[in-house]
Design a protein around this ligand. Sequence first.
Ligand code: GLU
Length: 283
Amino acid sequence: MSGGCTYRGRIAPTPTGYLHVGHAATFRRAAERCEAAGGTMVFRLEDLDPLRCKPEYCDAALEDLRWLGLTWTEGPDVGGPCGPYRQSERRPHFLAAWRALRDGGWIYPCARSRKEVATSALAPHEEEPVFPPGWRVPVAQAREWADPAGTNWRFRVPDGEAVEFVDGHFGQTRRVAGVDFGDFLIWNRDNVPAYELAVVVDDIAMGITEVVRGADLLTSTARQLLLCRALGAPAPGFYHCPLVVDELGRRLAKRTGALALRTLREQGATPQSLWDRLKNGMF
Ligand code: GLU
């Protein structure tokens, strides 16, 4: 690491299964960009969902990434000044953010389930359908809540506002609030912070300067930029990696089991053979 460099990147897997080649491609790009900038790499386990995240997947993620040759200087196994680096141990930070959003009038309690929202869509929607504005609850009601337990919480998006950012890979990117995405969950009914909130809170707390991740999260980035603004924090830069596809151009997600890094390793793959195969963004 070169003196005075402020680049801070992160590798942030969700341990709900074994890491696959798509993760390898994204995390390698994250490592390359961090290294090129002479930066610091943070490893963070996004193990918030107690039902789906398993300790064996956490251990496996660390092991698989080490096998790939990826390294970090802050993380659950090595410590660091911004820890803990497991989201399951960072609840006080998420609660503090929830309080700030409540006090700032940005969020409201929402009794509607994801299922109701999914079936509410007037038109078929590629991602999560836009939350019907008619179902909004006045944000003033939020102030009556001392803590978030017992219901879903949503962020009220500024309808019609274009959220724009320059992505390191895709360039100028634009999503319109209320059109491309609607009021989104920041806290789940099961009393677990939602992905969007946890990621933003931790990227701020850990001083991340560039987020490198898959292109499937481009719309999430627009949501997260709104959250950063609401929390009064500067936003990091973003670099979204094209998703790895098969020879027919299909996303690999459907057959991740067969493409788990440990399965490939057992079959004799080496990190170099993986990088060679991934060269064209295909596997
Ligand atoms: N933990 C998320 C995942 O594994 C990535 C979060 C992010 O990069 O913002 O898909």
